[in-house]
Design a protein around this ligand. Sequence first.
Ligand code: SAM
Ligand code: SF4
Length: 341
Amino acid sequence: MHETQTDSASHPATPLVDRYGRQIKYLRISVTDRCDLRCVYCMSEEMQFVPRSQLLTLEELQRIGQTFVELGVNKIRITGGEPLTRRNIIQLFDSLGQLDGLNDFTLTTNGTLLPQYAAALKRAGVTRINISLDTLKPDRFHEITRVGELRRTLDGIEAARTVGFKRIKINSVILKNRNHDEVNDLVQFTLDRGMDISFIEEMPLGIISEHNRADAYYSSDQILQDIEKQHSLIPTTETTGGPSRYYRIDGTDTRIGFISPHSHNFCDSCNRVRLTAEGRLLLCLGQEHSVDLRRILRAYPLDNRPLREAIIQSMDIKPKGHDFDLTSQPVLFRHMNATGG
Ligand code: SAM
Ligand code: SF4
């Protein structure tokens, strides 16, 4: 990596600005599309995963991460699939964690492997962790994840708390008649542990047959109303650099976020791009505009300039926003596990 050539002098300090004036400061890296769970909103029953031979190596992932940081990105989130299932993944955390200019280094995980890895992640410099948890009922957890055991995710949450990350946030996808009755229990769970929580509206990524996404739609506004029956919420202007709108529960340190692609479109303030595990740079979660960075990496193993150039050029194809529509079949065949949340 250190032998690669760069030409930082010829670029402005923050060259990653798109056609709509949005500055890109945030990269999400999916390190694998595989997972030890099969959540019903994320994956279909039968999934075809990318052959391992087509995945970027850990060194290539590091090279891309470093190049983005040199181009002004100051936040990286590692996601998947389940990132902690990728072999030797701590090596990547260790190397990215040392990058100058990276202020916020975060992970999204289902938590099952945190008992094993939480301490190493903290040592590597991970500042905040998002852990997905949609229900506190073991039977339901098994149904929603198709294969999972609630206990393992709860143990993972405890392991993360013990290690002491700056902030832990629970991510909950709420589906009507599935887990909408647990909104306040999930809020209480996070309150009791001094954590934050974000509620996510289901997005129509990939074809699933397990449920009808339109029927399962449960809006952020409805969730807000449910919570306000029990708590006084104060809107805040705080941001973690992502798409969540935040409220604070009065008298506590707990923040409640809403990721509402349907009811409150967040595209105007989009500051992020995503890298898939096979090296496709996706300019929008809800569109297919992308650049194949793997081809460039492999064509120029010792020269970083073409990679930098390709990333800068990609700003010209970042779309204005997504066109999510729950009522029609998705135009995107890509499931969420391919891109990361
Ligand atoms: N496996 C890790 C996890 O579950 O946290 C990381 C990857 S997962 C794809 C990232 C986030 O996306 C999770 O919080 C998950 O609940 C959410 N997610 C998955 N499919 C979704 C969908 N179709 N709509 C909205 N959120 C989704
Ligand atoms: Fe796996 Fe996360 Fe998708 Fe669930 S949401 S199947 S844990 S990648």
